[in-house]
Structure formats: C-alpha cells, structure tokens
Design a protein around this ligand. Structure first.
Ligand code: ADP
Ligand code: TYD
Length: 215
C-alpha cells in the first residue's frame, strides 16, 4: 500500500515532480488537496478569507479528509498501486499557521494546532513524505513565468515574501514532529537542478527509501 505525499511551497515544483514520479513508478495515481471539484465555490471563498483563519483551516481540513478518503478507496481497490498526494495534512497545518502568524499575529495558533491534531487521528499515514524546497528568487521567477502569474498558494494580493518565509518555517516544525514519529522523509532542493534531474533524484531516492524497484 504505497502512499507518497509531495509537499512544498507554491512554485516549488510539486506538480511537475508528482507527475514525473507517477510516470516513473508506472502503476500510480495522483490526487490533490483539495481535489479539483471539491466544493469549489467554498474553496474560492476561503482562499480569499484571511480574517477568519479558524473557519478557513476547518474547511481545508475537511478538504484534506476528502482526499484521504479517496486515497483509502484507491489503495483498497489496488494494493499495488502507488498513490501520490500533491499536498496533504502537512500543507494545511503549515500554511494556516503561517497565515495566522503573518496576518493575525498568531492569535489562533493554539486553536489551529488543536483542530489539526484532532483531525490527524483520521488520516492515513504516508509511507514517504517528499518535501520540495526552492530558494526565494527562483520561486519568484517560476511564479512569474506562470500563465496568469498568480501565486496560487495564497490567491491573494497580500501574498508576499513574509508568507513564503513563514510557510517554510512552519513546514520545518511540522517535519520535525513527523521525523519524531518515524515517518520517512525525503527533502529535495529543486533550485539549481533541471526538472529531469530533480525527477531522477526523487525517483532513485523513492526506490531506495521504499525498497522498491523504480528503474
Ligand atoms: N527544476 C526546475 N527547473 C526549472 N523550472 C522548474 C523546475 N521544477 C519546476 N519548474 C517549473 O516551476 C513552475 C512551478 O512548478 P509546479 O510543479 O507547478 O509547482 P507547485 O506545484 O509546487 O506549485 C512550473 O512552471 C514548472 O515547470
Ligand atoms: C491544502 C491547502 C491548500 N490551500 C490552497 C493552495 C492552493 O492555492 C489551493 C489549491 O488550489 P488549486 O488551484 O487546486 O491548486 P494549485 O493552484 O496549487 O495547483 O488551496 C490552502 O490555502 N490551504 C490548505 O490547507
């Protein structure tokens, strides 16, 4: 039941890396958090809403649970299939703590952690979590190259480097906890490598860490 999560800030290269990894693994399916089509209008509302961070995190938590339920079904139907999640619980935790810090002076920090720790019990634990990192300048360059130029991690005109820095710092804390509970973590810096080089690093490391042949 191989379940892999790909995490990273927006523009890190999660989507590209997930599809390259799925290609290399063969029998693999990619899911997203939130899944396209999951309560889209509400998602748009909450993506714009930075004031009520507790309502926002509750929505994204439910979206993550929805993705998790799909993953469970997929893994039950075909135990040999790899499922790759482009964002998961860790995004929801880290992004909302970052939001709260930058926009609300960490007013709701304890509440976000409490909500997320309740929901954690319902989540399937991944076999491997891949964290893709990218330096700020390169991330800016890649975001600017996007068709609409939007920084879609935040979908907001208030998106700025403070959020990016806070998101990365919160990811680090989330990953410290993850390491303590024994989850396998692969950290890859995607700043100075070409897409195919990054894909190759991830393919090889995934094979070794999951003891699978990914050649
Ligand atoms: N190693 C790389 N070198 C150059 N461009 C990259 C690299 N990895 C990803 N990109 C580009 O950066 C952009 C963001 O990648 P994407 O996979 O959409 O990121 P994410 O899903 O994390 O937001 C895309 O245009 C992608 O083609
Ligand atoms: C999981 C999660 C995602 N998001 C955001 C990140 C994206 O902007 C959006 C997902 O929208 P989507 O357009 O589906 O993904 P992307 O643009 O990254 O390919 O949801 C949160 O704000 N909080 C969360 O907890």
């Amino acid at each position: 039941m191989p379940f892999i999560v790909v995490e990273g800030v927006n523009g890190a290269g999660k989507t590209v890396a997930s599809s390259k990894l799925a290609e290399a693994l063969g029998n693999a399916q990619i899911v997203k958090t939130p899944m396209p089509g999951f309560l889209e209008e509400l998602k748009e509302y909450f993506v714009r809403n930075q004031e009520n961070i507790v309502a926002r995190v509750t929505f994204f938590d439910a979206a993550t649970k929805h993705t998790c339920d799909l993953i469970r079904d997929m893994l039950c139907r075909d135990p040999n299939r790899f499922v790759i999640a482009d964002r998961y619980w860790y995004s929801t935790m880290a992004s909302h703590l970052a939001y709260d810090r930058v926009f609300n002076g960490s007013k709701s920090r304890d509440e976000i952690i409490e909500i997320m720790n309740i929901s954690k019990k319902y989540f399937i634990r991944p076999d491997l979590v891949i964290l893709i990192d990218v330096d700020p300048e390169e991330r800016r360059r890649r975001i600017a190259l996007r068709k609409d130029g939007r920084d879609d991690a935040w979908h907001t005109e208030n998106a700025d480097e403070r959020l990016f820095v806070a998101f990365k710092e919160e990811y680090e804390k989330v990953f410290d906890d993850l390491r303590k509970d024994g989850t396998k973590i692969l950290k890859v810096n995607n700043t100075r490598t070409e897409i195919d080089q990054t894909a190759e690093i991830i393919r090889k490391a995934t094979g070794i860490m999951l003891k699978r042949n990914t050649a």
